[in-house]
Write a protein that binds this ligand. Sequence first.
Ligand code: AHR
Length: 663
Amino acid sequence: MKKYRILLMTLALSISLAMMAQTNQLLIQTDQVGAEIQPTMYGLFFEDINYGADGGLYAELIKNRSFEFPQHLMGWKTFGHVTIQKDGPFKRNPHYVRLAYAGHEYKHTGLDNEGFFGLGIAADTEYRFSVWARLPEGSSSGKISVQLVEPNTCGDKQAFASQKLTIDTKEWKRYQIYLKPIKTVQKAILRIFLESKETVDLEHISLFPVDTWHGHENGLRKDLAQALYDLSPGVFRFPGGCVVEGTDLNTRYDWKKTVGPVENRPLNENRWNYTFKNRLFPDYYQSYGLGFYEFFLLSEELHAEPLPVLNCGLACQYQNTDPDANVPVCDLESYIQDALDLIEFANGAISTQWGKIRAEMGHPASFNMKFIGIGNEQWGAEYTERLEPFIEAIRQVYPDIKIIGGSGPNSEGEQFDYLWPEMKRLKVDLVDEHFYRSESWFLSQGTRYDNYNRTGPKVFAGEYACHGEGKKWNHFNASLLEAAFMTGLERNADVVQMATYAPLFAHIDGWQWRPDLIWFDNLQSVRTVSYYVQQLYAYNKGTHVLPLTMNHKPVAGSKGQQGLFASAVWDEYNQSYIVKVVNTSSDAQSLSLVFSGMQKNETLSAGICITLQSDDPDKDNTLDEPQAIVPIQKQVMPIKNVFNTKIDANTFAIYKFTKISKQ
Ligand code: AHR
């Protein structure tokens, strides 16, 4: 009997020793509160790619509203007697249409607009149609009807909303009417009929939902802006990306053309129109309707720091090897002045030239801009010799503005190695790093920033996303690896001060690049798993880094760490500890979170565990199944300062406990 008991005890001891051996003990040193986590840490990168602005966030439903596309009627179909004229009221957009009698009472004059992949029209929603119109010489009164039309209906009537509008002035004037359809149509068209025998002229034909984000007339699509707000971004980088550079300098994003009355903002050719021949969108132009004023306003409404990026005098270096494509260093003056004027536009008193324009547009108060990026993905001496005079000029007039330089398009390599020391020499405040990399790269980069120099510029991970090997689209495993990699950003928050996933938006009918954070069609949008990863980090960013180790080493997917990545933060506002663990392995793992260094009278409250998990590494949320993979929250209970748990395979988990002090 005694022998049997000893045998049992030995067995029990070896089982618990084996279990201990398999338990991954993560030690969180609560008494070693480290670097502050910047409020800007997790943010947004927004570029007009994938119809992200025109046809996306910008709520205008009419494509080519000013008839300024090089093919003036692109997006429009005309019938009857329609001609293009070019002496309109807006200097930078001179073209407009003239509608004249079709010549027979059974013939009709008018035009259809196809919108961006159709116009998404929702039932019981009010739409504002507006147009600049006049009666030309010889006309004394004119009438048009404005219809929302379902082109493919089998019903008797294609129009499902209709209004008449009388044109009664010889001078150009803005007219507006409201339409409230009772039907939802995913791909409608706008149809205008000339109803009078007399001729009318029409310019800047526009249709917006009335209910935009914050109700602005020149507004943004509400569901998409809400999705941005729900990410709680700390910083908002705009307008790109390669559109900053343009394919040539004529097509670069020119901020001065994007402010003032929308009717007079000139058209720009969007480089994503033709960048990829295999995904060609010949009707992709920038109306600049969502311009720099709207960007600053949105940043303010999102409570995010605006971070504009300006052209440094270089056209896209991938697409231009001829030095003549660029601005010579000695001729950079107007580009540098653009940067200085932008700061004045954002922050200047209303008595200044550009501050006055901001005030006239509706925002007398400063936007309090603190950051500026110069150059997007530039490289070589061509970049640094241009960046230098920008820095000198900005520092001289605005010494408090933080300047962001770049490290080129790659996460490492020749250009990167050349640019980092150069950025130190030029004393930029932050260096923008870009990495669209494979799953194996993300798995191997858990310690990327652990040994970065702490005395030079800080890091802005300005564009990144995991692009699966042979799976360059959104899927769960890529998002999981982004979560894993981000533990390394967080652990090194003393050096990494901003990070923005890219790109942000994609229209399902109009994308050029994937994966992307938010997908949408004309009426709906879906938040991807990567979106939820970003959101979980932003909501749980805490205020200070805490050391977290396993066997005295950071947990970064290293050898012997069972595919685990982890980081910990202290949240001084909520007095809580937040631990993020990513299990990238296909086995569940036992975890023991040990919160060391707590005082005798301190303990942990019941906490919460939030998980993001999928058994299918290839799955993601879709418009049809938008909630397929979303964060799930449950209550958990630690024992004193220890929390033992199991993390499922392929799971991102956040554990959060409040510190309680007993009297
Ligand atoms: O995000 C898509 C593109 O990737 C950006 O425009 C560019 O900066 C990078 O190459």
